[in-house]
Design a protein. Structure first.
Length: 132
């Protein structure tokens, strides 16, 4: 049900991206009120963005289609293909993603900001438009 709703909302997103978003939303709905480290949740949203950015750059033959890339590598290549706002959001997400992976705890406010950016403020849609 959740995956179908997300697929309808983001029809250009890949099945893998929908899976990442669904997992993030499922975890968010179950734990958004808990006092915890939200890094695992943030990483699901970051993976969704990273996957679509990689698919976009591969479709434009900027990156090899047979390789996987880190979000940091992808962000280095995005600027010629997007507006300045999307590049800023990609760098912001990279900063939060790296902190979640390497330095420890992600707080609720950071998770809310990333989730809201991707789902409600057009971060994901901006990358999906780049694929077209």
């Amino acid at each position: 049900h959740l995956a179908a709703q997300l697929a309808a909302r983001f029809p250009q997103a890949s099945a893998q991206t929908i899976d990442f978003l669904s997992t993030g939303e499922l975890l968010y709905n179950a734990h958004s009120k808990d006092d915890m480290d939200y890094s695992p949740l943030l990483l699901q949203y970051a993976k969704a963005f990273e996957n679509e950015l990689m698919l976009c750059l591969q479709s434009k033959n900027v990156l090899a289609a047979d390789k996987r890339y880190t979000l940091g590598e992808l962000v280095q290549h995005i600027e010629p293909y997007c507006d300045a706002k999307t590049a800023v959001h990609a760098r912001e997400l990279l900063k939060h993603r790296n902190r979640a992976v390497h330095k420890g705890r992600t707080d609720s406010a950071t998770l809310q900001s990333v989730r809201n950016g991707l789902l409600n403020k057009g971060w994901l849609e901006a990358v999906l438009r780049l694929k077209a």
